[in-house]
Design a protein around this ligand. Structure first.
Ligand SMILES: Nc1nc2c(ncn2[C@@H]2O[C@H](COP(=O)(O)OP(=O)(O)O)[C@@H](O)[C@H]2O)c(=O)[nH]1
Ligand SMILES: [Mg+2]
Ligand SMILES: [Zn+2]
Length: 295
């Protein structure tokens, strides 16, 4: 019996696949204690295991403290969220993108916007760039189909646990297949998905890269529920608004207060008009929920 540290790559029916730091794979069961403590090991957990090399089995003895935790699907310790949008179809859902970026701000996860299908882009400066570059977000144009910039994407994975997310059919699974050519995961056809409105990716599984990183493909955007913040806090999660300190009121929410500096930011192209409109929409949605919170 040996003791090793490792990373949970997947968990099915109480069996966890653990990749140890010396690159061995063990099929582990969780030790009974976890159930008493109401802790369940999840994909992305760093764990200590006791393992047996004769049959590559083991048991999880300890879960190391989590840096972050996502609920649906359950994944721990994500360093970077790779939010995939399409440069052609489907049309980007920017409200979803805003929500995902806010989720990253809350959880301390680094977001990267992956603009896939760049091989089909009609313009050089896609609206995604116009909307999100002013906020300072990193945008990486790629093509899973012809391999453009996939090397840069792989560089991003170095020593980090990354999670792909985004609308259905933007090419998340195709990107994983590009990074790991032997994997051959099932890629859906656009029409088939639009028709069914479903995601073909159902398993949550981390794939280790040769540069010390790991990546997983999530079943889609229902992944990020629990978008639960007070309306007056919302503006704090917009990096480009944090810089606006010349409003008349110190606690300006940038909604319709007098002498609000937001218009100047928009005029100076430091905040996109569309993103601001969506901010106001999210603000009123949150305000409605906030008013009803004791109902
Ligand atoms: N033109 C083009 N099509 C792509 C690209 N990446 C994926 N697709 C296509 O988009 C569709 C959906 O891809 P898939 O990887 O299943 O998307 P997912 O739902 O986000 O995992 C498939 O028909 C892919 O062939 C790309 O870079 N360029
Ligand atoms: Mg997929
Ligand atoms: Zn203001």
């Amino acid at each position: 019996m040996k003791y090793k540290d490792g990373l949970i790559l997947k968990g099915i029916g109480g069996f966890y696949t653990v990749s140890t730091d010396d690159d061995c794979i063990y099929t582990c069961k969780a030790r009974g204690r976890f159930r008493i403590d109401r802790v369940t090991p999840i994909v992305g957990d760093r764990v200590k295991i006791q393992c047996d090399d004769t049959d590559c089995s083991g048991s999880i003895l300890e879960i190391y403290p989590r840096k972050s935790e996502l609920v649906r699907p359950p994944v721990a310790n994500i360093d970077k969220l790779l939010i995939v949008v399409s440069a052609s179809s489907p049309k980007p859902d920017m409200l979803l993108l805003d929500k995902l970026l806010i989720t990253c701000e809350i959880l301390g996860i680094i977001p990267i916007i992956i603009l896939n299908k760049i091989d089909e882009a009609k313009t050089d400066t896609h609206e995604i760039v116009l909307e999100y570059a002013p906020a300072g977000y990193k945008i990486l144009p790629v093509s899973a189909t012809n391999g453009t910039n996939i090397d840069l994407l792989i560089n991003e994975l170095e020593n980090s646990v990354c999670c792909l997310t985004g609308q259905s059919a933007v090419g998340k699974t195709s990107i994983v297949n590009r990074i790991f050519p032997d994997l051959n995961l099932e890629v859906g056809s656009l029409s088939q998905k639009t028709y069914r409105g479903k995601h073909t990716t159902r398993n949550v599984e981390l794939w280790k890269t040769y540069n010390g990183g790991a990546i997983l493909d999530t079943p889609g955007f229902s992944a990020f529920e629990g978008f639960n913040i007070a309306p007056h806090e919302l503006h704090k999660f917009y990096p480009e608004m944090r810089e606006s300190n010349s409003c008349k009121f110190l606690d300006c929410l940038h909604i319709n207060e007098p002498d609000c500096s937001i218009k100047h930011l928009i005029k100076a192209n430091k905040l996109s008009f569309g993103r601001y409109e969506r901010y106001k929409r999210l603000y009123s949605e949150l305000l409605e929920a906030y008013k009803r919170r004791f109902d």
